[in-house]
Design a binder for this molecule. Structure first.
Ligand code: HEC
Ligand code: HEC
Ligand code: HEC
Ligand code: HEC
Ligand code: HEC
Ligand code: HEC
Length: 399
């Protein structure tokens, strides 16, 4: 209907009116198809895609192709809502599949019976929507073909990047439309119905807002962050020129989750003697004395920050993984002022886990990985990466 109206308008050769209308039309088509129409089953199944494919083979959990004929529907509903409850109650099939999949608990899902039935229908249909438009089919095709070889973690990152890119494109289109409709509202006034302008302006602002948020959370990683510290403390002077061992000050790096920042009393081990620096004279060292006298900790500003929902452990990397501090923090011994060198993103963690060879033999921490040791001995594999010992499992890094 919109189309025929549009054609009518062009027939009347009212081109100036047709041009903004055409843009509005595209805007709504695009916005509608991407935001409004993701059907519920497909959206809900997205929760499962990190661990399951439909016909694409085993991931973290079983391939769900044909699952609707393997179990009664009531069983499936209960299992999907809370599989662990079934395992704990001793349900034979649930226990069997749980053991078969290395006792990885499938998370429970807060879906109603109707929503699960909807998902099951979607699975039964091979991951397709019953009668879909072109847009919907295209979306399903992408996820089915990319489900084959890549791991859930990689796929998560890929989808995230794709989502960000799409959002950026939307934001640009929205920006153009925003300007156009403002111009029309104030100067050209082709469109008499002002509400159209308002709808466009508000939607555009919303999309741009979403994008800014996405962008800002990306920036939140603050690579190169280099705050001024309360005392001009130089790693170059201490770890570089004076060759003080990192772990003299960061003495918990090998034994605990945190490397830790030394208390002022550690500074005093030397600075009761060393009262003057070459670069700052007495001024900066005096601040250490002041802190000791006031019995107040020095308010160092933390440079490397992970979000609270990420678990990172220094001992695991420094002691077990035998990594050098420089791999993650750069050449600290040459820095007068510490900066965050890596972006500390999930992609960064995973890149290393995928490629880094762990020192697997003669490392008592890996004694329990019997199967991998056997494979290594038999020559079936020639190295063990962090990924192979579970370095890509979501729950290892996320609480
Ligand atoms: C974090 C990974 C994960 C997510 C997310 C997940 N599952 Fe699972 N799923 C598993 C694992 C692992 C199993 C194997 C059984 C077990 O370990 O409890 C499983 C088993 C199943 C089974 C039994 C299949 C069989 O062949 O026996 C069904 C059905 C199922 N999941 C459906 C779903 C649905 C639907 C969703 C999304 C709403 C979902 N799963 C989300 C990991 C997951
Ligand atoms: C004499 C004590 C001392 C020595 C030796 C030392 N550090 Fe530090 N380190 C500190 C203090 C104090 C801070 C906090 C102030 C700052 O960020 O500059 C700090 C901060 C850091 C930070 C930033 C932490 C953050 O995210 O806020 C890193 C990374 C770091 N040190 C790594 C190292 C490495 C690697 C070495 C060895 C090459 C080393 N340090 C040697 C005292 C020391
Ligand atoms: C595999 C990467 C990696 C290695 C290796 C590593 N760090 Fe870190 N370091 C991090 C990350 C990531 C953070 C931020 C942690 C957070 O915010 O929870 C951090 C934080 C720190 C901090 C701030 C205080 C704290 O404990 O959170 C210091 C100090 C530090 N590291 C020193 C060191 C020293 C010294 C070494 C070597 C003995 C080292 N790091 C090895 C990744 C690493
Ligand atoms: C193991 C000994 C040792 C420890 C521990 C130590 N320092 Fe130093 N510090 C030195 C030496 C040596 C110098 C260099 C003096 C010079 O410039 O000749 C120095 C210099 C300094 C300077 C002046 C730098 C300049 O060039 O002007 C400051 C400020 C300073 N230290 C702060 C600290 C703080 C803060 C701590 C505790 C986190 C600390 N130091 C721990 C040995 C130490
Ligand atoms: C430079 C390489 C490197 C980087 C970067 C790195 N890791 Fe690791 N990671 C390792 C190595 C090597 C091990 C193996 C040590 C072990 O087995 O515990 C490991 C192990 C782990 C484990 C334990 C895995 C298991 O199966 O027990 C967790 C959790 C982990 N890393 C989290 C992180 C997080 C979170 C980040 C990013 C903030 C990160 N790592 C960045 C090298 C890295
Ligand atoms: C080796 C550690 C590691 C593993 C394994 C891992 N993550 Fe992350 N994840 C991180 C770190 C670090 C961040 C925060 C940094 C960032 O914003 O990218 C993060 C951020 C996230 C976020 C927050 C949104 C975002 O990107 O800012 C989500 C959601 C997430 N991860 C989901 C997952 C899922 C799902 C899996 C398993 C398929 C997984 N993660 C596996 C380290 C890991």
């Amino acid at each position: 209907m919109i189309m025929s109206r549009f054609v009518n308008i062009t027939r009347q050769k009212n081109i100036p009116l047709a041009a903004p209308l055409f843009l509005f039309f595209i805007f709504f088509l695009v916005a509608f198809s991407s935001f409004g129409q993701t059907p519920e089953a497909e959206k809900n199944f997205a929760q499962c895609k990190a661990c399951h494919t439909i016909g694409g083979g085993r991931l973290v959990g079983p391939d769900l192709k044909g699952v609707t004929s393997r179990y009664p529907q009531a069983w499936l509903i209960k299992f999907i809502q809370n599989s662990q409850a079934m395992v704990k109650s001793g349900n034979k099939d649930a226990v069997k599949i749980f053991n078969e999949y290395g006792k990885i608990p499938m998370p429970s899902h807060n879906y109603t019976d109707a929503q699960v039935k909807d998902i099951l229908l979607y699975i039964k249909n091979g991951g397709k929507l019953p009668a879909g438009s072109e847009v919907k089919k295209a979306a399903v095709k992408i996820s089915a073909s990319s489900a084959q070889k890549i791991t859930p973690a990689e796929r998560y990152l890929q989808e995230k990047r794709e989502g960000s890119r799409n959002l950026a494109i939307f934001a640009i289109i929205s920006g153009v439309l925003l300007v156009l409709s403002l111009l029309d509202l104030i100067f050209t006034r082709y469109l008499k119905a002002k509400w159209i302008h308002y709808v466009i302006i508000l939607s555009a602002l919303w999309i741009i807002g979403e994008w800014s948020y996405d962008f800002a959370t990306g920036l939140g990683r603050q690579q190169n962050y280099q705050p001024d510290q309360p005392i001009w403390f130089s790693h170059k002077v201490h770890a570089g020129q004076n060759q003080i061992d990192c772990e003299y000050c960061h003495f918990t790096a090998e034994t605990s989750m945190h490397a830790g920042i030394p208390p002022a009393s550690v500074c005093m081990n030397c600075h009761t003697q060393v009262k003057k620096g070459k670069r700052t004279g007495k001024k900066e060292i005096a601040k250490v004395y002041a802190a000791i006298k006031a019995n107040k900790p020095i308010q160092w500003i933390k440079v490397d920050n992970l979000p609270d929902f990420v678990y990172f452990n220094h001992k695991q990397h420094v002691k077990v993984g035998k990594l050098d501090c420089t791999e993650c923090h750069g050449d600290v011994a040459q820095m007068d002022q510490i900066a965050q060198v890596k972006d500390l993103s999930m992609g960064w963690c995973l890149d290393c886990h995928r490629t880094h060879k762990v020192q697997f033999t003669n490392n008592k921490f890996y004694g329990s990985y019997k199967k991998l040791h056997e494979k290594l001995k038999a020559g079936k594999i020639d190295l063990v990466t962090v990924k192979m010992i579970g370095g890509e499992d979501c729950q290892k890094c996320h609480y």
